[in-house]
Design a binder for this molecule. Structure first.
Ligand code: ZN
Ligand code: ZN
Length: 118
């Protein structure tokens, strides 16, 4: 009885199994991609607000005629400065130069030293 069921479904089962595996692989690949894209490593952040607890970021670079620190649309303070994402961990950091400190800038998360223009 069991053998006859296996035999009868033998034509169909592998195709179903392979398509399920294919979907699982696609979903897994998408999740890996989403996690990677969501980490911020691929998202260019050009400007960020230096005001603590504001956290405003924008992906557009400085506009023509705009000086920095520029006015932050979230907190209203003149604390929007050019920023970069750490090549190591994707954390958004403000350049030391823009904070009146000496380079290199250290990533606030992983401590990697990053130089302007590299
Ligand atoms: Zn702000
Ligand atoms: Zn880092």
């Amino acid at each position: 009885m069991i053998g006859s069921i296996l035999y009868r479904d033998g034509q169909l089962r592998p195709a179903v199994a392979y398509s399920v595996i294919g979907v699982v692989v696609l979903v897994a690949a998408y999740m890996v991609y989403a996690a990677w894209a969501g980490s911020g490593a691929s998202r260019p952040v050009a400007m960020m607000c230096m005001t603590p607890d504001c956290g405003y970021q924008r992906s557009e670079r400085l506009q023509v005629g705009e000086t920095f620190p520029a006015a932050c649309p979230r907190c209203g303070k003149n604390s929007l400065v050019p920023a970069f994402t750490c090549p190591e961990c994707g954390t958004v950091n403000v350049w030391n130069e823009d904070r009146g400190l000496k380079p290199p800038t250290r990533c606030t998360k992983c401590g990697r030293e990053v130089y302007h223009g590299r």
